[in-house]
Design a protein around this ligand. Structure first.
Ligand code: LCS
Length: 398
């Protein structure tokens, strides 16, 4: 690539970050090594002291990961990126790098269950106080920010209700209160092809790369993207000392492979999701469809403004109790009952008993996660086949 030229997303997902390999290998090799040789004690010392560039040990950096990190930074329009062993590794490494005892975090009340657990009963053990609010309510945000608030944390669309939060407005409010506050956005549901939070004013993006970025259901991984100095702190403290959540070179290779088709996959996920959402919207057994692409969905206008596509995630509530809902889901023949999302396969799960079982009954109610809510990660199969599968399952309820 020519460093002075601007390239499109598809070109960047294939070429950005790639380094010429001495062997001429087209794909970045898997540097399956834990450590790196030093030519002398002096050279090792210079690398540890940061006086000489070069690899030391794979918890601190590895060439397979460097290529991937540079590519993901380019896709999110960030200065730098850190690859991690999981999405939770990214989130916890970023949080440990942002707060100390006595600090406050203002967080969305609707988050992936383990993120909620980390904030609700993880960091609170270390005297970091967390206030959960409806992040779509900007007045609630204004009221919640305190002098010791260091982080504002959100997902949009939220897992699992797809609630939309206005990233630009949240960033404006947080930075007006205190420019030092880090607005951290989990961009897992969108991927940078659909939404780029840093362009909208956020400070840090985190990802579960387990999902759309890898896209093939065979890797657990994460990323943190942001300013170079913050990513350096995440690398040399948050990850190196606090979580140790380092990505393996093999997983970096798989994600590099998956990323080459990110845009094509996101287009197809969205097309299939839009078709399924329209079908479900008109089915008499369905009470409500939660999908940002539907004009009657709350947050649709904000979604249109900040997302380039509406994505592949949705949820539905049926005109049925929890047991009947479960029975209906059990009759799906093609779609798979499984947690995770962003894979080629359509995955269906029940948040209240699975991904969000870390929430108490009151917390579920507060976040609007109904007992009968069913989350769907719409896959890449033929839309007609996905729709036919839901039709045969839902028609049994009539
Ligand atoms: N952020 C979001 C929005 C997620 O959905 C997940 C996992 C994570 C972070 C954590 O990433 P991980 O450590 O698993 O790579 N979400 C899951 C879900 O909804 N079903 O299974 C896992």
């Amino acid at each position: 690539m020519n460093a002075n030229k601007k390239y499109g997303f598809a070109t960047k997902q294939i070429h950005a970050g790639n380094k010429p390999d001495p062997t001429g290998a087209l794909c970045t090799p898997i540097y399956q090594t834990s450590t790196f040789r030093f030519s002398s004690v002096e050279q090792g010392g210079a690398r540890f002291a940061g006086q000489e560039e070069g690899y030391i040990y794979s918890r601190l950096g590895n060439p397979s990961l460097t290529t991937l990190e540079d590519k993901v930074a380019a896709l999110e329009n960030g200065e730098a990126c850190l690859a991690t062993a999981s999405g939770m590794g990214a989130i916890s490494s970023a949080i440990w790098s942002s707060v100390v005892a006595g600090d406050n975090i203002v967080a969305s009340d609707t988050l992936y269950g383990c993120t909620y657990a980390l904030l609700n009963h993880g960091v609170t053990k270390f005297n970091v106080q967390v206030d959960f609010i409806d992040m779509a309510d900007l007045d609630a945000l204004k009221k919640a920010i305190k002098p010791n608030t260091k982080v504002v944390y959100l997902e949009t669309p939220c897992n699992p209700t797809l609630k939309i939060v206005d990233i630009a407005e949240v960033a404006k409010i947080a930075h007006a209160a205190n420019p030092e506050i880090k607005v951290i956005v989990d961009n897992t549901f969108c991927s940078p092809y659909i939404q780029r939070p840093l362009d909208l004013g956020a400070d840090v993006v985190v990802h579960s790369a387990t999902k759309y970025l890898n896209g093939h259901g065979d890797v657990i991984a994460g990323f943190i993207i942001g300013k170079a100095d913050f990513i350096a702190t995440c690398r040399m403290f948050g990850l190196k000392d606090m979580t140790g959540a380092v990505m393996s070179p093999f997983n970096a290779f798989l994600i590099l492979r998956g990323l080459k088709t990110l845009d094509i996959r996101m287009e197809r996920h969205t097309k299939n999701a839009m078709a399924l959402a329209n079908f479900l919207h008109d089915h008499p057994a369905v009470k409500k469809v939660y999908y940002p692409g539907l004009p009657d969905f709350e947050g649709h206008e904000i979604a249109k403004k900040q997302m380039d596509l509406f994505g592949g995630m949705m949820a539905i509530e049926l005109n049925a109790d929890r047991d009947t809902t479960a029975k209906c889901i059990n009759t799906l023949e093609l779609c798979t009952i499984a947690v995770s999302l962003g894979d080629a396969e359509t995955l269906v799960e029940h948040p209240a008993s699975m991904t969000h079982s870390t929430y108490s009954a009151e917390e579920l109610a507060m976040a609007g996660i109904a007992e009968g809510l069913v989350r769907i990660s719409v896959g890449l199969e033929d839309a007609d086949d996905i729709i036919a599968d839901f039709k045969q399952a839902l028609d049994r309820l009539l």
